[in-house]
Structure formats: C-alpha cells, structure tokens
Unconditional design. Structure first.
Length: 376
RNA sequence: GCGGGUGUAGCUCAGUUGGUUAGAGCGCCAGUUUGUGGUACUGGAUGUCGUCGGUUCAAUUCCGAUCACUCGCC
C-alpha cells in the first residue's frame, strides 16, 4: 500500500473542496479542523476523547516541545504519536509564531531567531534547519516551514521585508526537510494585507514546491472582512492538487467563510481555550456558561448536540462547575466545543458533497443570528 | 465587673490634619481572547461610613452616650 503523502480531491462546490489528505499515520477528511495540542496534549482532554469528537489530526508545537520535554527525548521515547498516545496524524507548528508571541528578548536575523525560554529564561536558537530537525524528531506527519508571522499592522515595506525573509527561510526549510514516505512539508504564505506581496509570496513558494500551502499572518487583528479579502486574492493562486491550510483560524463563522473560499484545513485554540474560560459554541451562537442566567437552567447547552456535556449535564451544573473552577468543567466544556467544531466540519463536508454549501452557509448564519435560547 | 482595641461595599481593609460625586483588592454583573500559560485584559453595579445625640456654615472625620464584636485582667 502506498503511503506517499498526497491530497486527493473528491468533490467541489464553488471554490470549496471536499478531499482527503493521506499521511503516514492515516487519512484526514477535509475540510478539517485540527485541535491544538501545543505541549503534547489537547488541554483537558484525553486523546481517546479527542478522537471521539471526530478529530483526525492534532497539532503539536516545535517551540514548546523543544523547551520541554525536548525533541531528543520525545524521539527516544518513540516520537510524539507514541509519547502522547495519539496514533493518528500530527501537524507541528514550526515555532516561528511562538517565538514572537511568547518569548521575550528575541533577536531575529537572517540566520534565525535567538530567544529566551518563557519557562526558565534559558537562551535558544531556532533556525529553519533546526526547526526541521525538531519536527522530524517529533515525527510530525505534517511539518511547517519556519517563518515569521508578520505583526499587524505593518507598512508595506515592513511586510515585504518580513515576507521575503520568510520565503528565504522557506527555501532553507525545504532543503533541510528529510523526505520520508507519508510525511509532508507545508510552505506558509505571508504578505500581510498587501495583494502584490501575497502574490509574490505564493509565487516564491510554488517555485520551491511544497506538499501543502498555508496562509499565515491572518486573524492577527485585521478583522474578518479583511481576512476574507486576503483569502479571495490568495487562494485562487494556490495549486489545486495540494491542501490549503488557514493558520490559527478561527471562530465558527470564520471557518465557514474560509471553506467557501477554498480552505481545507484549520487550527485554532478557540474551542479549547474557550472551554477553559467558560465560553461555549452552539448552533445559536456563543454562550458564556458562567453567566448568572444559567444558574437555575436544567436544559442542556445545545439540545442538538450529541456530546457528553450536552447529553448528560444541565446548564446549571456546567455553570456551577465553571464558577467553582472545577477540572470537570474545563473537560466538559472543551469536549463540547471540540464536538461542536467537528460537527460543523462534518456539516460542511456533507454540504460540499451534496452541492448545497451555499444553503448550508446561509442556514448557519441565520441560526447563529438567532442568539442563545431564551432564559427560563 | 475593670481596662484596651475595632465597627467604612457581600468579604478583607485603606482613607478623610472637618470641605464638591468616600476608595482598593477579592467577590458580584457583563464583555474581549484566533499557528494556547486554566492566561491576560476591559467596562459596570453596590455604601444611612454601627446607632442616637452634641459642637460646627459643614461631621464618615471632633465630643458624649449607647450597642455589637474582640483582647487582657479580676
């Protein structure tokens, strides 16, 4: 059986695609949402439960795992799949984003980034070559090339300089990436909100050649309208025989809009982080379970949801757990949110398969606009 | 019984050398979080300043009484 990494398109509805990504550790049905498991765990969830929501691939992170427990250690222990008991596909972020968002005292030059650990202050260097090595040690099915996530806002000159550095790093990432059957390397499009820069970035990445293409530098404060505008000008430039991944996105409505524009893969901390801060996503919009209006409500969070939190527990109980900051509250709400996100992806895939995505999106928007059910 | 201390927001407490709308932290009521630090941030509501009386143009502040709590001694 061939284990070569490849994307297979199974259907199309407008710009949206239905497909499969074949990897060394299994198949991913797209459009797909990938739960974020930064430090080798999807927070508050056992991997078996993550899989039960329908997730087929999770994220790990170069930056976090290199600092703790260390990529060499993970490699010796059999790789990240075995280490965290996730037998399915894993995508690892390259560390570029986290160096910017988490570490202080970072120094960026042509070679890479020198930074201090947010854990113990120790000094580390991350380069495209080192990032590729770490992601290979982690045994990521999908490796992301090392990039700089251009801060927003940026002038066109700043965005151009940043993007071109990321493109040189993309070439070095490709050169350093060790090809193995079933393993793929993705390039990342940058260029901020500037159309010519996005086009130049795509062109440079296609010249290098990648197994998939990510759109980076979005959902960083530009707003949904602007993000969709960038997708409208960027996605049509990408090759049709490779997966497209919108990094770090997003809210349910962002995902629906991006699928309509031809995106196949998403990751976001939204469902998991929100699960830890009391925000739940439902068919009728988001709900803050800690709000006082839920304290006497015996009804489930979302009557149409089949997750354990909705089948077995009331809003009143989830509210209580949230107020009491009980671990079970984090677990149940995270579980619900991941289940909701996977339900959404299943709905999107079904709608594409049946050629009714436009109607699905309209229904989605209308139902979200209804707002939460009336308080008792 | 005697002597001391304390009574200010739901809680723990600042403060006012007497002067417009009395503050903080926590809690409470909401909002934000997009390639993750159970995080961080933003806004909002709430007071007979223990009670009664006196002094004063003006008292939460000074004086007296009283009540409650508290510490020590008998």
């Amino acid at each position: 059986m061939s284990t070569s990494f490849h994307y297979e398109k199974l259907g199309q509805d407008g710009a949206a695609r239905l497909g499969q990504i074949h990897t060394a550790h299994g198949v991913i049905h797209t459009p797909a949402f990938m739960p974020v498991g930064t430090v080798g765990t999807v927070k508050a969830m056992a991997p078996e439960s993550v899989a039960a929501t329908g997730a087929e691939i999770v994220l790990g992170n170069t930056y976090h795992l290199m600092l703790r427990p260390g990529a060499e250690r993970v490699e010796k222990l059999g790789g990240l799949h075995q280490f965290m008991n996730w037998p399915g596909p894993i995508l690892t972020d390259s560390g570029g984003f986290q160096v910017m968002s988490l570490s202080k005292l970072r120094k960026l030059n042509e070679d890479g980034v020198t930074f201090q650990s947010h854990i113990d202050g120790s000094t580390h260097v991350l380069t495209p070559e080192r990032s590729m090595e770490i992601q290979r040690q982690l045994d990521a099915d999908i490796t992301m090339s090392f990039d700089e996530c251009t801060p927003y806002p940026a002038t066109e000159d700043q965005a151009a300089e940043s993007m071109r550095l990321s493109m040189r790093w993309a070439k070095r990432s490709k050169d350093a990436f060790v090809e193995r059957p079933g393993y793929g390397l993705f390039g990342i499009v940058q260029g901020s909100v500037y159309e010519p820069l996005r086009a130049e970035s795509v062109s440079k990445l296609r010249e290098i050649g990648f197994d998939g293409y990510a759109v980076g530098g979005l959902a960083v404060g530009e707003g949904q309208e602007e993000m969709f505008r960038i997708l409208d000008i960027t996605v049509p430039l990408l090759p049709t025989d490779r997966p497209r991944y919108l990094m770090g996105v997003g809210k349910p409505a962002d995902i629906v809009g991006a699928v309509l524009r031809g995106i196949d893969m998403f990751d976001c901390v939204m469902p998991t982080r929100s699960g830890r801060t009391g925000q739940a996503f439902t068919r009728r919009g988001s709900v803050n379970i800690r709000n006082a209006r839920h304290q006497d409500d015996p009804r489930p969070l979302d009557e149409a949801c089949g997750c354990p939190a909705c089948r077995n527990y009331s809003r009143a109980y989830l509210h209580h757990l949230g107020r009491a900051e009980e671990v079970l509250g984090l677990m149940l709400l995270t579980w619900h949110n991941l289940h909701y996100y996977q339900d959404l992806m299943r709905g999107l895939r079904g709608a594409i398969a049946e050629g009714r995505l436009t109607q699905f999106a309209a229904d989605f928007t209308a139902e979200q606009a209804l707002g939460d059910i009336e308080p008792l």
